[in-house]
Design a protein around this ligand. Sequence first.
Ligand code: UDX
Length: 433
Amino acid sequence: MRIVMVGSGYVGLVSGACFADFGHEVVCVDKAADKIEALRNGVIPIFEPGLDQLVESNVKAGRLTFSTELAGPVSEADVVFIAVGTPSRRGDGHADLGYVHAAAAEIAASIKGFTVVVTKSTVPVGTGDEVERIIRETNPDADVAVVSNPEFLREGAAIEDFKRPDRIVVGLSDERARPVMTEVYRPLYLNQSPLLFTSRRTSELIKYAANAFLAMKITFINEVADLCEKVGADVQDVSRGIGLDGRIGAKFLHAGPGYGGSCFPKDTLALAKTAQDHDSPVRLIETTIAINDSRKRAMGRKVIAAVGGDVRGKKVAVFGLTFKPNTDDMRDSPAIAIVQALKDAGAIVSGYDPEGMNNARQMMEIDFATSPYEAARDAHVAVLVTEWNAFRALDLDRLKSLMAAPVLVDLRNVYRAHEVEAHGFAYHSIGKG
Ligand code: UDX
């Protein structure tokens, strides 16, 4: 199959490299000339474990190429994926579909022969209809089937998620697209990954419903964690106790500082807005959004309480700035709100992150340290915000000797209280009364 990915951001690049690895001929297109130039030189613009090798080997094999120009590759393609960004629209939280619509118009102008156009970007229900309308209006002769095929990739595990998905969802109305999409995913299909065909609108909604449900699950356990602290229970045991119930499932029950990232915050908001527009509000999700928003700043107050209620002039060390480990992504990271709350209270913040420092520099003004130990020097409290492996086995004696006061706030429950306390620390975790 000849495949074109329009948009070589996170989703476009990972999907493009994986499709090439399946044996398809893939062209990743992007308007950003510097990004394409970098990719041609083997420089990957994002941090994603395994992606550099995957790109390199498929470029070498001649199956993966990069281009700033869309027309040529699209004219020869069997399948064109739209994988451009859908940021939250400024002001109202709706998904901004400007890039998707522009891509649809550009693709339409270059299509030759029967082509399947697939929306991979996360888009509100009905966007497929709009993409089809734009294509038919721009080029009435275009012979297309417009399909929805949402991605469920987790940053940091994206290649694994792509190659071993729980399911592949394909929404279509033109039956000619079914064998084409089956061929695109043939290796996974042969591996017996469920390939679920639905209507286009259903497929679009599945993506939002999945992310909203997971965001709600996290928020549920976060509230239970708060209750655990009040009643003297242990949230990790509660998670285990309910997670073993097959109807609930053990995943996404880790209490923490609140969810962040490029998907959950944006997609929950977009779903809530779509639902309101259709006079069918999703109140559980609206509440999830509100709880998660306020939780991040509340974590700042938790740190302040751990040092006795006043951080003015005191140094706080922050371990981990990205929204989760194994990514350099800072979007909606809880660290942003936590750092702001600490700075508002007069703290001097020093932070360290294994991969996120460059992005963090654009988003916060703090002292950036070269290691967790440097961040901790003379600090009155250290806060573990992101559970990078590098923070799982800290030399606690060394840490204590560097700090002005041995206080550790562990917002990811990485450590055990008795171990940390044995090293002379005051230890605060999440959801342990
Ligand atoms: C998510 C979805 O998992 C993925 O299917 C979708 O395509 C994109 O959005 P991602 O944002 O990369 O992926 O990260 P994920 O691992 O889902 O974590 C999201 C946030 O939830 C992180 O901030 C993480 O720390 C938090 N989280 C996750 C918890 O606080 N507790 C958990 O148990 C799980």
